[in-house]
Design a protein around this ligand. Structure first.
Ligand code: HEM
Length: 129
């Protein structure tokens, strides 16, 4: 009997064939965007401090912001923040029972969150450039 159970266990599990549902991807990205936001708070506070320190500090901050690489990093930070807030609100709506607790509804709200984040990300790009 025990021998039969062992035979049914998966062997050579191929991780490349595993596909995550969109709800799982939304959840993982929410954690990643939270960590990015956490790191970004330090960078943005340092930047704010520099720009408010003196007229020279403001000019230094302005010239740093002129760099395309820094603009791209800022755009990434704003996109991560937008995603974190949008999916955070989705999460709280689910917690409060405002969204149906089914897999179909979860998939739909995840896709809608991605779409809203894409729009906010484009707006952040327009604002920065
Ligand atoms: C400085 C701002 C923020 C930082 C650094 C931050 C960071 C994080 C991190 C690291 C997590 C992951 C926790 C985990 O998965 O174990 C998290 C979760 C969460 N955040 Fe934020 N967050 C911020 C702002 C916000 C805002 C504005 C909202 C509101 C929309 C929000 C809503 C949430 C929710 C609902 C969760 C829980 C998700 C879950 O239970 O899976 N966060 N946050």
């Amino acid at each position: 009997m025990i021998r039969n159970v062992k035979k049914q266990r998966p062997v050579n599990l191929n991780l490349a064939t595993i596909r995550f549902p969109v709800t799982a991807i939304a959840s993982i990205l929410h954690r990643v965007s939270g960590v990015i936001t956490f790191v970004a708070v330090g960078i943005l506070l340092w930047f704010l401090g520099l720009s408010l320190s003196s007229p020279d500090g403001f000019l230094t901050a302005s010239s740093i912001m002129g760099s395309p690489v820094i603009k791209f990093i800022m755009w990434g930070i704003l996109t991560a923040l937008a995603y974190h807030v949008v999916v955070g609100i989705r999460h709280m709506l689910m917690d409060f029972g405002c969204l149906e607790e089914t897999f179909t509804a979860g998939k739909r709200s995840a896709v809608i969150s991605f779409a809203i984040t894409a729009v906010l990300s484009i707006l952040a790009g327009v604002f920065l450039w």
